[in-house]
Design a protein around this ligand. Structure first.
Ligand SMILES: [Ca+2]
Length: 362
């Protein structure tokens, strides 16, 4: 009996050693931006920029070590180019293996600006050409404390010989609200491992005080408004545009913004938002939707509440008494739809969006 116990103990220890021996290695050089020369070049990182080199070592704002890298939008470029500043590192990387990429970022942009900061992983073949439709991008904006941007895939694409890891700051030209913004990056990481990015446990930025950051924008994009607001300083505005197809024919207007949140079966869910519209027609609607998905992405349940033809703030609330068996994820959607050309130029404003997930009393 004692012998068996000792054997198990030894097995546990050697397993620990094995795990350590195969722990993924960070493939990025100078990943914490600690090594920088007198003119602001970071060892291992190549700067690619559209207008000026507004890239600095920052010793006051940092996530790890003694420095981070700060990329600032000092002034908007003239002419016809958007602002961008990229820090790029390219490493040898095989095909058919896992990949995990991450960086910590502290954005400091006006939440109403279109400035964004992000991470792009690009897959290159043996000739250094980008493998089509394979790049992975994660971005954020507005203002927040340090947060991680993460991406992981189980297998790199066929033909991969190198991976380019890019950190960027971008703003559209002529977006004056972007000027003066900056983002700090630190603790970059790239390794041969698969770590699926966990779902958020709650809705982020439901009050839109950080603009439309954290909302996935599908179809026609929304923007932040500081003029029609129910709570705080900002709301989400979806303004109807006259959209046409390739042959110039008017088409339906769709704009949806959503967030996916972790949820299991048997939960009580209450989703709510307030909305104010300028829509006059019953078939131009502003809608709150909630979808329950299982782990393989099949919709198990869908609920919606909508509003039209009101100039007052209205509350839309969806209550799901118990999420269906197999639920793994909720999608919380704010949505506007209009018939072709209808109510063009009119807006819906959403504010105070909430989602609560609780275990019902048994
Ligand atoms: Ca650092």
């Amino acid at each position: 009996m004692k012998k068996a116990y000792l054997f198990l103990l030894c097995a546990a220890i050697s397993l620990g050693l094995v795990t350590q021996a195969y722990a993924a290695t960070n493939l990025l050089r100078n990943s914490s931006f600690e090594t920088v020369d007198a003119v602001g070049n970071f060892a291992g990182w190549q700067k690619v920029n559209g207008d000026g080199e507004f890239v600095f070592a920052d010793t006051e704002v940092r996530y790890a070590g003694t420095k981070s890298v700060k990329v600032a939008i000092i002034e908007m470029p003239g002419g016809t180019i958007d602002y961008y500043n990229n820090l790029v590192q390219t490493v040898n990387y095989p095909a058919g293996v896992p990949l995990n990429a991450r960086v910590y970022i502290k954005p400091g942009f006006n939440p109403m600006s279109n400035a964004r900061a992000g991470m792009i992983v690009t897959f290159l073949d043996g000739q250094g050409r980008e493998i089509p439709n394979s790049k992975v991008e994660v971005k954020t904006g507005g203002t927040s404390n340090w947060r991680a941007l993460r991406a992981s895939i189980p297998l790199t694409p066929a033909g991969t010989a190198k991976v380019s890891f890019t950190l960027y700051v971008w703003a559209a030209r002529a977006d004056a609200l972007s000027v003066g913004g900056a983002a700090n990056f630190d603790a970059a990481y790239l390794a041969q491992e698969y770590k699926p990015v966990p779902l958020n446990a709650k809705l982020l930025n439901g009050g839109f005080e950080n603009g439309v950051i954290d909302w996935v924008e599908a179809d026609y994009p929304s923007k932040a408004s500081n003029t029609v607001v129910r709570f705080g300083l900002l709301s989400m505005q979806k303004k109807i545009a006259r959209l046409t197809n390739a042959t110039g024919q008017l088409i339906d207007f769709y704009s949806s913004s959503y967030q996916d949140v972790a949820c299991t079966s048997g939960k009580k869910v209450v989703a709510s938002t307030v909305v104010k519209t300028e829509f006059l027609k019953p078939n131009t609607v502003a809608t709150l939707r909630v979808y329950c998905y299982n782990a393989s992405g099949t919709i198990l349940r869908r609920d919606s509440k909508y509003v039209y033809n009101t100039t007052d703030w209205k509350r839309l609330t969806i209550t799901i008494p118990s999420t269906p068996a197999g639920t793994a994820r909720l999608r919380y959607v704010l949505y506007v739809w209009g018939k072709p050309g209808q109510d063009a130029g009119k807006s819906a404003y959403f504010d105070g969006s909430t989602l609560t997930i609780t275990t019902p009393a048994s």
